[in-house]
Design a protein around this ligand. Structure first.
Ligand SMILES: Cc1ncc(COP(=O)(O)O)c(C=O)c1O
Length: 393
């Protein structure tokens, strides 16, 4: 009989995850069965994307833009992104430094696969985006997690990052604005880390997918803060800012020396992104001034509403996120950890949030609530959370 054996990569990916997604999976099943469940556990925006982008994608399909696209991506999209990245960094960025990917996840996978060998170490700050886990497992590098300073709005701990480096460290992965913390790394911190990484011969990879969703604190790109760009690679995309998660569109800006391996890797594994999606992405990026402002305003209003509700509920607290679409709520005063809180909240109140333990070992007392529902649904969710907390506290 055939024995189905799998690679170490597959085995790592198949390793049983802890309880992180159990609540969400259960919530989705109950929702599909017609139950009254409010799902606040994923970061898929409810907002519509720019209407013109949809019309343009359709026209583009009819125009026959349905063929293979160059491995680097469509020239027009890369030109538009080069302009945006030049503005964000204050440095001339050329299309030759930009590669298009089917989403930031695939871009990050390609980057990490090109930079890391099996025993190399990658430093990541925690709380970290939950999707990194799968990427790290797929790449197989050794991960060194450095906790951020929870009491300080999850400010990154520069000294701890430096102390975590060894002679095997090849990559420092940063995420600003951060998911789930909403923390925006200040210019001076980012600059200090870029300088240090350069001195240490370490690549600094910066995931900037929430760069357009900042509120009071201005976003600073690693390409702006870095004194020299030789070791800086940034990843961005349209999933969050333009509510285009399903379109799968992301990009990398990398120094010219890093382009050939990235291009070879993506040419071998993706073979170019959809032409009509790239056409629509270029349109979206060229016509998004009012749209992005309205998206930002919407998330800011949701955040402020959530903050006001949290302040009035005994047992939960939250540091004001400076960006993004998430609230990291500290639920430890309820006497429950984030796993138990999330499970009980779903069972007793029909609201699904993600246990903070999924983002790192220091956030087991937290749950993450996504602001991806309008204020009406948010109100219902917080009414239920309030009643639940009154019962359990
Ligand atoms: C920090 C971060 N990076 C990357 C991604 C993935 O983005 P994409 O949809 O472009 O793959 C997400 C999605 O939640 C995210 O939060």
């Amino acid at each position: 009989m055939f024995e189905a054996r799998f690679s170490q990569t597959a085995t790592r990916l198949l390793a049983p995850d802890n309880r992180v997604w159990a609540v969400h999976d259960r919530a989705m099943k109950r929702l599909a069965a017609g139950e009254d469940i409010i799902v606040m556990s994923v970061g898929d925006p409810d907002l519509p994307t720019i209407a013109g982008a949809i019309a343009l994608a359709v026209t583009s399909l009819y125009r026959g833009r349905t063929h293979y696209s160059p491995g680097m991506g469509e020239p027009e999209l890369r030109r538009v992104i080069a302009e945006i990245e030049s503005d964000a960094s204050g440095r001339l960025t050329t299309p030759e430094e930009i590669i298009i990917f089917p989403g930031a996840t695939n871009a990050l996978f390609t980057v990490l696969a090109c930079l890391l060998d099996k025993d190399d170490e990658l430093i990541v700050t925690e709380p970290a985006y939950i999707g990194y886990r799968g990427l790290f497992a797929a790449v197989g590098a050794a991960v060194v997690a450095v906790p951020s300073l929870a009491g300080d709005g999850f400010r990154i701990d520069i000294d701890a990052i430096k102390a975590a480096a060894t002679d095997r460290t090849r990559v420092l992965l940063l995420n600003t604005p951060g998911n789930p913390s909403g923390h925006v790394i200040p210019h001076r911190d980012l600059q200090a880390l870029c300088e240090w990484a350069l001195e240490q011969d370490i690549w600094l990879v910066c995931d900037e997918v929430y760069s357009m969703l900042t509120f009071e604190t201005p976003f600073v790109s690693a390409r702006k803060a870095a004194p020299v760009l030789d070791n800086i690679i940034i990843v961005d995309g349209l999933s969050k800012s333009h509510a285009m998660t399903g379109w799968r569109l992301g990009w990398v800006v990398a120094p010219l020396a890093a382009i050939p391996p990235l291009l070879e890797f993506t040419s071998a594994t993706v073979f170019g992104c959809s032409q009509f999606v790239q056409d629509a992405a270029a349109f979206a990026l060229k016509n998004d001034q009012t749209y992005i402002q309205s998206v930002r305003d919407e998330y800011r209003q949701r955040r402020d509403y959530a903050l006001a509700r949290i302040a009035a509920i005994r047992g939960i607290t939250c540091v004001k996120p400076a960006a993004g679409m998430f609230m990291m709520m500290d639920v430890s005063e309820t006497g429950m950890n984030g796993y138990d809180f999330a499970e009980n909240l779903l069972d007793r109140a029909g609201v699904s949030v993600l246990p903070g333990g999924g983002f790192g070992s220091r956030t087991t007392g937290f749950v993450r609530l996504s602001l991806t529902q309008g204020e009406q649904v948010l109100k219902q969710a917080f009414d239920r959370i309030e009643t639940f907390c009154l019962e359990v506290c």
